[in-house]
Design a binder for this molecule. Structure first.
Ligand SMILES: NC(=O)c1ccc[n+]([C@@H]2O[C@H](COP(=O)([O-])OP(=O)(O)OC[C@H]3O[C@@H](n4cnc5c(N)ncnc54)[C@H](OP(=O)(O)O)[C@@H]3O)[C@@H](O)[C@H]2O)c1
Length: 336
């Protein structure tokens, strides 16, 4: 391989995991304000499979621009190899992690041996945190952070006019996290606990020990009990499954409370207002400064990242097959 090429996973057409090809691709060069990073680990996320499939469930007007061949992926951890002009605060050899270029493009191009992205997307990786854990935390951690702790920007949401503002959480708060064992859910659970809240975790039964170990005060196995039938008067529901069924959680929330679906669903603004419940969603955005805060919480043990499974980058197809089987417990990681 020449110095201008690298190995990467690309897709030349949309489809199932089989369209992911491990092959030679051009090595990127850092533009002004960008870092070139030699990759050590990649965290996999639902937008990776949505990109692979051509985003069939996303309305055309919400689809980011994409050209084929495409290198999917957003979440990275690695070592700075080179810097574009004007970059301050980083040096060659620094260990860094990031969620790249999101939501500007689904071509974060993380499934590769090298990536470039704005330096502002990156944070230094704490020495006590592995590359696997740092890559795994990026999108899920930022999503949980921007929903529950601090939005960190004032860009309008593509999903909703109302601005999302995280409701304050403290020891008087009760939070229900639906989809609690997944990437976003297991980190959101821990952030809510960090803020002192009581947390009800909803997941399939096999995840109970994992979630109690992370601090869940109550656990509901949704395969046996519908949470909306048994939970009442919580302050906040973070629905990490989202979609059309999210509305059922309205009845579990007290007046003045909030429902945050992570994926757009169907809501009636008049019903929300009558119930006195704030329903907002947002779209996660790259933010190196927030990742630095998340990194500190990882290093001091406040946050733990669950690793569902690990694959070599060349086996990205198998990683996507694992994702398609569902029931993830934490994150899928690709190692480079
Ligand atoms: N708004 C944003 O910017 C943003 C950012 C990141 C992700 N997302 C979206 O958030 C969703 C979750 O992402 P993720 O990375 O956390 O996905 P994930 O890691 O695949 O986790 C999904 C979890 O949901 C659980 N689940 C599935 N069906 C369920 C049900 N009916 N009730 C309760 N739990 C159920 C699964 O395990 P069990 O069924 O075994 O419990 C799994 O643990 C995705 O739709 C993703 O696109 C949105």
């Amino acid at each position: 391989m020449s110095s201008s090429t690298m190995n990467a996973v690309r897709l030349h057409e949309y489809g199932g995991p089989e369209v992911l090809r491990y092959e030679t691709a051009p090595k990127p060069e850092p533009g002004p304000g960008e870092l070139l990073v030699r990759m050590r680990a990649i965290g996999a996320n639902p937008p990776d499979w949505y990109a692979r499939e051509g985003m069939p469930g996303v309305p055309d007007e919400l689809k980011p621009p994409v050209t084929l061949p495409l290198i999917p992926g957003t979440d990275v951890s690695g070592v700075v190899e080179d810097l574009g002009s004007g970059v301050e605060g980083f040096a060659a050899g620094d260990e860094v992690f990031a969620m790249l270029n999101f939501p500007k493009t689904l071509q974060g191009a993380a499934y590769a041996e090298y990536v470039t992205a704005p330096a502002t997307d990156f944070a230094r990786k704490p020495a006590g945190v592995s590359h696997d854990h740092a890559a795994a935390v990026a999108m899920s951690g930022l999503t949980a952070w921007q929903y529950l702790i601090d939005l960190g920007h004032d860009h309008p949401s593509p999903f909703q006019e109302a601005q999302h503002t995280p409701a304050p959480l403290d020891t008087t708060s009760t939070v229900l996290v639906n989809g609690a064992a997944g990437g976003v859910g297991h980190l959101a659970l821990q952030l809510a606990k960090w803020r002192g809240a009581r947390v009800i975790a909803v997941a399939s039964g096999d995840h109970e020990a994992f979630l109690r170990d992370l601090g869940a005060d109550e656990f509901i196995d949704y395969t046996k009990v519908a949470p909306e039938e048994v939970v009442r008067d919580v302050d906040l529901v973070l629905d990490c499954v989202g979609g059309p069924r999210s509305r059922r959680f309205l009845r579990t929330i007290k007046r003045g409370g909030s429902l945050y679906p992570v994926y757009f669903g169907e809501f009636d603004d008049e019903e929300n207002a009558r119930l006195g419940i704030t329903v907002t969603l947002t779209q996660v955005r790259s933010n190196g400064a927030q990742l630095a805060e998340i990194g500190r919480l990882l290093e001091d043990g406040t946050l733990r990242v669950g690793i569902d499974s690990t694959f070599a980058l060349k086996d990205a197809q198998a990683a996507h097959e694992r994702a398609a089987r569902g029931h993830l417990r934490g994150k899928i990681v690709l190692t480079v």
